[in-house]
Design a protein around this ligand. Structure first.
Ligand code: AMP
Length: 396
């Protein structure tokens, strides 16, 4: 893997695609600085290695041209404080000002370019626009994994202008390495745990994982499409009628591949979608009319925990129930704790996807799993088995 560690940056200008797409409040203050903090190690390393560092990012979804509420100028103070140096700013990501400021950068200095998406050429993947950005620097670093599944000018197209001088930053390198470790180099038994609301959007993931795992655990709302496909009674639970055949095919594929598919035996059912609903534990294929399954039941929790504790590799995406409501969070809490405990015993665990990351953070287990992917859509496409254009562009 090409990373910044093995490259000589002395006296060079490097253009770095970072992800500074952070939330701002009405006063244009950063309300969650996670993404800025995450970019700091790569930037500081480049400065230490003697590079003049040019940072480029998108912020929000501006429609046509510049809009103050999407200006990266708003994060300048925050970024300067975190880097311990005054970061310079160019009011346009291309053009004379950017060129002059980039050319004047001294080793260790940092220049932030204005929002790339003020140009529609960015998301269109325009080659001329990418070339103008490339013209600012001698080397290219991609450290924005969250946009790696998009063939945008700054995430993919630009790489062709640096055939021998392109590499991953630490953030992106870690994501690629950890997801590859699970998908391509996993120790056995390998168990994937999938939850969340729906099967749709996860079909490709299920299909790809069935080629790789020993065990596939299904929980969350998506379990009921499988249970109904097997002929069970699901009451008012979330079901995707149009995916019943897809669920049947997945079950057949699992059997053919020798993958053990774990579908919950019991569920916690509620008489309405409310934390204070009446609730009872029922067999997962006998949810009474008027009731809906909102969490996995106690027998299922025990089965899942045992499978998890006996695994050497774990991939978890999606909550086991409606964990935002305390009365339906037990399944997700137990699975999160089991993943953490298995990791403590030596298993490698990767947690990814918005809600499972939220769960791991909520239960304070983020340091007890091997790796938490922040990649969102990029991470999901990666585990679907797709080649991410931003990754391929650097690796080619
Ligand atoms: P996803 O975005 O597909 O990962 O889905 C996450 C959401 O699924 C969370 O907001 C959960 O509340 C929801 N969810 C999990 N289990 C269930 C269930 N049994 N019924 C309805 N929603 C659920």
């Amino acid at each position: 893997m090409k990373t910044i560690d093995s490259y000589d940056f002395t006296g060079k200008k490097v253009i770095v695609r970072v992800d500074f797409n952070v939330p701002l409040n009405d006063q244009m203050e950063v309300t969650d600085d996670t993404r800025i903090r995450a970019a700091v190690p790569t930037i500081q390393k480049l400065r230490e290695k003697g590079a003049g560092v040019i940072l480029m990012s998108h912020l929000g979804r501006p429609k046509t041209g510049p809009e103050d509420k999407f200006s990266l100028r708003h994060i300048l103070g925050d970024l300067s404080a975190k880097l311990g140096t005054e970061v310079q700013f160019a009011n346009d990501c291309i053009g004379d000002e950017a060129k002059e400021k980039a050319a004047a950068l001294k080793p260790g200095e940092v220049l932030l370019l204005e929002n790339l998406r003020f140009y529609k050429e960015e998301t269109a993947g325009d080659v001329d626009f990418a070339k103008k950005l490339a013209g600012l620097a001698d080397a290219y670093v991609n450290d924005a994994f969250g946009t790696a599944h998009r063939a945008h000018a700054s995430t993919t197209i630009i790489a062709q202008f640096f055939p021998n001088d392109k590499m991953f930053g630490y953030l992106m390198g870690n994501e690629v390495q950890n997801i590859n470790k699970v998908l391509k180099d996993s120790e056995r038994p390998f168990t994937a745990i999938l939850g969340g609301a729906k099967v749709s959007g996860k079909i490709e993931i299920i299909n790809n994982l069935l080629d790789k795992v020993d065990n596939l655990i299904i929980g969350g709302g998506m379990m009921f499409t499988f249970i109904k496909a097997k002929g069970g009674q699901v009451g008012n639970s979330l079901v995707e009628e149009d995916l019943l055949d897809t669920a049947r095919e997945a079950m057949e594929k699992a059997a053919a591949k020798g993958v053990t598919l774990y579908i919950p035996e019991d569920a916690v059912a509620a008489d309405k979608f409310d934390n204070d609903a009446n609730r009872k534990t029922v067999s997962s294929d006998a949810i009474p009319d008027g009731w809906m399954g909102l969490d996995i039941g106690p027998r299922t929790r025990e089965t899942f925990k045992t499978v998890i504790m006996n695994s050497a590799t774990l991939l978890w995406n999606g909550p086991m129930g409606v964990f935002e409501m305390e009365n339906f969070a037990k399944g997700t809490v137990d699975i999160a704790q089991a993943v953490a405990a298995a990791t403590g015993n030596g298993a490698f665990s990767l947690v990814g996807g918005g809600d499972s990351v939220a769960a791991v953070n909520k239960y304070n287990l983020q340091d007890k799993v091997s790796y938490v992917s922040t990649g969102g859509g990029a991470m999901l496409e990666f585990i679907e088995g797709k080649v991410l254009p931003g990754v391929a562009a650097v690796e080619e």
